[in-house]
Design a protein around this ligand. Structure first.
Ligand code: GCW
Length: 680
């Protein structure tokens, strides 16, 4: 009963977006999905079906949205085969719209598209045919079973494990609807640092109840699994992938899962990485491990997403290690295995070159893993709209060369889902880009702004433009005040929030420490990955390889990623490297102030609760930009021994002050020294 009342309130809030309940960001970009059901005839929306499935009922709700009320909409489920499983076709003439699809889910995607077009004030296209670029568009939750979220900054996990399966939060449905509305069709609901318990009978029953709620929205459930589960759950003496008992255990487990959840998607695996167990513990390869799981899932059409995020020190350069471990296995994986590769070769830094592994396994299906949650981009305190970062990846890696896209989500149980109200745009952008990587960052930003934050009809164009520019430049701003010119991983240990280029943790793996990456000394700064250094450039194809290898030709935004550059080296601007570094920190800081002004000017057009929330966060962002600027300039100056250029404001903090800041961030537990020193 309680749940019904709650759902009702949420639905009311959705119909009246101006009401106090809806103004807290909880409605995301779906202010106008209606709660009308089909029984409420007569209506301007008709289907060529008598009875609507739950999926079509959802389509009906979307099409009954306020902004579509003047259209006559016919939905036909007799679409051409060419539309595939999820595609749709829209044709509009005057106030008549026909939406055609092959499947219920295709019709639902088409319905959300119509609503998006109408709600964001775009003209109705005469003809629009859409099919997703990827069959798999999938969120990765790093949610632990105790309700905490690794690298989560928007509260606790959405999944209320203790209440499941009997009592279900109304947010599960809202979550599924939000995902479907942007084309996301899969979700891995638990952390890749996986507890074996997720596969216990009791959890599987809870997961079944989530899957039932997600199903009408075309959202499949996947699980992260711990490779040693047979040992942990059923005391098998080994988890060796070539042991028949182990194979049998996984086969039985898969059978059990599919009995409960017939459309279960499959497994995601982090193996032999950061202390997680894996096939190499038993002298086997990643392919042996992945293929064993793939065999268990294949009869049910399930898949294995096997992560390539590994860095055993088989080479002195961590950036080379995943490639070295995986590239030789090209062609050895079963057909239902996809290798899930982080966008860059290290770890979700504000800027990385693309991971060269994408170009090195031609016979293996690959997928990209983006990080939506801002582990390294200011958590939920900083504004960083990430579409430009993901588009940068697609500039180097052709969208058609990969099979799927995954995004490590920024969702938690905060009222507004993502902590920072503007971080909703990243969830939105991930879905939109996974559906169509050709969309521009600007298009997506404008859509999201119009749907979520500002009503296009009564907000002056200049305000809209400034807000859009603010989003579009925000990631580069973070790069500028944190790690310009290809610097990377100079974060504070453990929580990865503030600056700590001086960080030293006795006993820690060297490749977890900032000086491993920045290598500042009296001669210069940066990691030499050219042929005279680690030669990581060798992993890239020509002609890019030669370009990256040459200090004078390497794109400047990646210069210190690939080169150890003398402080006084002249860059393209004619300024020295040292001056450019200082100026970048200043530019980032200045931009953060500019964002506060843009936001202030938009005040009359923004909901007051959201306005003050974002205002606070922008202030924090400026405070932090100042910290980053002062900390990094003063610390690196100890090596460069050069004066701060006159166009840069002098620091307001001393280096000692900066070293003493205790951020008091407790949401990440630092690994024990023992774990730190385990490679696998
Ligand atoms: O980005 C790093 C994080 C870890 C994370 C790991 C991974 C889930 O710091 O918290 O663990 O990567 O991607 O496996």
């Amino acid at each position: 009963m309680r749940n019904h009342i709650l759902s009702f309130l949420i639905a009311i809030a959705a119909i009246f977006p101006g009401s106090a309940v809806a103004a807290d960001g909880s409605h995301l970009w779906l202010k106008s999905v209606s709660n009308t059901r089909q029984e409420m005839q007569p209506t301007n929306v008709t289907f060529d079906r008598k009875k609507l499935s739950p999926t079509l009922n959802e389509a009906f709700r979307a099409l009954k949205g306020e902004s579509l009320k003047n259209y006559d909409i016919k939905v036909s489920l007799k679409g051409p085969k060419s539309l595939g499983k999820e595609g749709y076709e829209i044709s509009a003439s005057g106030n008549k719209i026909t939406l055609t699809a092959n499947t219920d889910i295709g019709a639902l995607y088409g319905a959300y598209t119509l609503l998006r077009i109408a709600d964001s004030g775009q003209p109705m296209p005469e003809e629009l045919v859409e099919k997703p670029a990827y069959d798999l568009r999938i969120l990765n939750h790093w949610d632990n079973l105790d309700g905490t979220i690794e690298r989560g900054y928007a509260g606790k996990s959405l999944w209320e494990w203790e209440q499941l399966p009997d009592s279900v939060s109304p947010r599960y449905e809202a979550y599924a609807r939000a995902n479907a509305s942007i084309g996301i069709n899969g979700t891995v609901i638990n952390n890749v640092n996986a507890s074996p318990n997720i596969l216990s009978d009791s959890y599987l029953n809870k997961i079944k109840s989530l899957a039932n709620i997600f199903r009408p929205f075309g959202l499949k459930v996947y699980l992260s699994v711990n490779f040693a589960s047979p040992m942990a759950l059923d005391s098998l003496p080994t988890a060796d992938p070539l042991d028949p008992q182990v194979q049998k255990w996984w086969n039985k487990k898969a059978d059990k899962i599919y009995k409960l959840i017939p459309d279960f998607g499959g497994f995601l695996v982090k193996a032999n990485s950061e202390g997680q167990p894996g096939p190499m513990d038993f002298g086997r390869t990643h392919a042996d491990g992945a293929n064993m799981l793939a065999r268990a899932l294949a009869p049910h059409k399930g898949i294995v997403m096997w992560r390539s995020f590994v860095y055993s020190p088989i080479d002195a350069d961590r950036a080379k290690q995943a490639y070295m471990e995986f590239q030789p296995l090209d062609g050895e994986f079963a057909p239902n295995v996809i290798i899930q590769i982080k966008n860059g070769p290290v770890d979700f830094q504000p800027r990385e070159p693309y991971s060269p592994l994408f170009g090195a396994m031609p016979s293996t299906p690959k997928m990209v893993e983006f990080q939506i949650t801002q582990e390294y981009l200011g958590h939920s305190n900083h504004l960083a709209y990430l579409a430009p970062m993901w588009k940068e990846f697609f500039e180097y890696v052709p969208a058609s060369s990969i099979k799927a896209a995954a995004g490590v989500t920024n969702i938690g149980n905060d009222k507004n889902w993502t902590g920072h109200p503007l971080a909703q745009a990243n969830w939105y952008a991930f879905g939109r880009l996974a559906w169509n990587p050709e969309l521009t960052s600007e298009q997506i930003a404008d859509e999201w702004l119009a749907l979520t934050l500002i009503a296009p009809t009564n907000t002056p164009a200049e305000i809209r433009k400034n807000l859009s520019d603010m989003l579009l430049t925000s990631r580069e701003t973070v790069v500028d005040y944190m790690m310009p010119l290809g610097l990377h991983h100079i974060f504070a240990f453990g929580h990865h929030y503030g600056p700590e280029p001086w960080c030293d943790v006795p006993g820690a793996r060297p490749d977890w420490l900032p000086n491993y990456y920045h290598r500042a000394d009296s001669a210069g700064i940066g990691f030499d990955r050219s042929p005279s250094g680690s030669n990581a450039v060798e992993q890239y194809p020509e002609p890019l390889r030669s370009q990256l290898a040459d200090m004078d030709k390497c794109p400047e935004e990646l210069l210190l990623w690939f080169h150890h550059v003398p402080w006084l080296k002249k860059l393209k601007s004619g300024r020295t490297l040292w001056d450019e570094i200082c100026i970048a920190y200043q530019r980032g800081y200045d931009k953060s102030i500019e964002y506060q002004k843009v936001w202030e000017a938009a005040k009359p057009y923004i909901d007051p609760e959201i306005f003050s929330d974002v205002q606070q966060r922008l202030m924090t962002q400026t405070r932090d930009a100042q910290w980053w600027k002062d900390a990094c300039i003063l610390y690196f100056q100890e090596f460069s021994k050069l004066p701060i250029p006159s166009e840069v404001d002098p620091p307001v903090h001393t280096l000692t002050e900066m070293k003493n800041i205790n951020l008091g961030i407790s949401n990440y537990e630092s690994p024990t020294p023992e774990l730190l020193n385990r490679n696998r």
